[in-house]
Design a protein around this ligand. Structure first.
Ligand SMILES: Cc1ncc(COP(=O)(O)O)c(C=O)c1O
Length: 363
């Protein structure tokens, strides 16, 4: 097929580059015993209660799922302290980013984002024929004042991943208040909080309060990260009911499957698993940061379950050498940082194996 058949903005889209799957490395390199520390998954895995609930839900897969996610809606509303009609559910939060783009963006609108951030914001802008203004970050952290300076009469959506992927850095309540104060009524702020359950800082913004105050804010959360349900695909957005209502018009009728709903509801009933995940992450972060200090490798302060490190060498070469040692990480080149890698915190054993392999590769 020739390119003329394809929408011009689709031609400008670049396919998403995911972390390399374990099976692919097994196939390509003929090795086993591989660990994946590349996609910010939770090494502890999901709650056993969620696994039980998902097994049980398999009995009903002949039926369509509840398109309105009634039970999950009640559970998440209670969990977040919001009303059920403040919630929109998606096949992962990726789906919600996509729906937000479809709902609000038209040609000549513009999106604002940092220049090292999650790829799907730009994808949503491009798909909907909009420009995306990439505002340079300061030390890999969003520069909210510079972002506010770049707001024009065309700016429609402002994307903040907090903590940010791939850098793990956080913007504070005070910084966000400054940005909100300069955000005109015709703009929407999308606070993507995929990693918020991992945050340890007490300066983390209370973004749900802005929704309750009636601001143009959409908060995104997911069951893929701390709840370890990435393979199921379930995320949610929190916003004013009128905003939710518009997004709901573009939603596919059954975009969250019944197994995912069962797993997500049961996960919320197991706060101990969340606590264990946070503890594992926190100790892993301390260990890895201490090792990076010892090795003289600069890294960004992380509030997430991964660390953005400058290995001071071509990260693609480092990635390939790490693969040979059975460790999958993420290279920084796709984010425009050719000597950085992003590594997801693993179990104690995985973290130690990663450090041993990295020391060998960098030597
Ligand atoms: C910042 C950010 N937002 C959204 C997502 C998508 O998550 P989900 O699995 O809920 O689609 C990711 C996944 O890596 C992410 O890092």
């Amino acid at each position: 097929m020739t390119e003329e058949f394809v929408r011009k903005n689709v031609l400008r889209l670049r396919p998403y580059v995911p972390g390399k799957p374990i099976e692919e490395v097994e196939r390509e390199l003929g090795i086993t015993d591989i660990i994946k520390m590349a996609s910010n998954e939770n090494a502890l895995g999901p709650s056993p209660k969620a696994i039980e609930a998902m097994k049980k839900s398999l009995e009903d897969v002949a039926l369509y799922p509840d398109g309105n996610c009634y039970q999950l809606r009640l559970a998440v509303a209670k969990h977040c302290g919001v009303e059920p009609d403040n919630l929109i559910f998606g096949n992962g939060s990726d789906d919600i980013i996509h729906m937000i783009g479809l709902t609000f963006l038209q040609q000549n609108d513009e999106c604002l984002q940092g220049d090292v951030t999650f790829s799907q914001y730009e994808a949503a802008a491009t798909l909907n024929d909009c420009g995306c203004c990439m505002v340079p970050m300061k030390d890999f952290t969003f520069d909210v004042d510079a972002m506010a300076d770049r707001i024009t009469e065309n700016t429609k959506l402002i994307f903040i991943a907090n903590p940010n992927n791939p850098t793990g850095t956080m913007v504070t309540q005070k910084e966000m208040e400054r940005l909100l104060a300069r955000m005109p009524e015709r703009c929407f702020l999308v606070m993507d909080e995929a990693y918020y359950e991992y945050v340890e800082s007490d300066e983390y913004p209370r973004s749900i309060e802005w929704v309750k105050e009636g601001r143009n804010v959409i908060v995104l959360r997911t069951f893929s990260k701390i709840y370890a349900l990435a393979g199921l695909r379930v995320g949610y957005g929190i916003a004013r009911p009128d905003i939710v209502g518009y997004i709901n018009r573009v939603r596919e009728p059954f975009n969250v499957n019944s197994v995912a709903m069962a797993g997500a509801i049961a996960s919320l009933e197991d706060p101990d698993q969340v606590k264990r995940s946070r503890e594992l992450n926190s100790s892993g972060k301390k260990y890895l940061c201490a090792e990076f200090d010892r090795m003289g490798l600069p890294y960004s302060p992380s509030e997430a379950n991964f660390i953005w490190v400058d290995v001071k060498k071509d990260s693609v070469k480092v990635f390939k050498e790490m693969l040979k040692r059975g460790v999958i990480i993420r290279t920084g080149d796709i984010f425009g940082a050719p000597t950085h890698i992003r590594v997801t915190m693993g179990t104690k054993e995985q973290n130690e194996r990663f450090i041993a392999a990295l020391a060998e590769v960098l030597a």
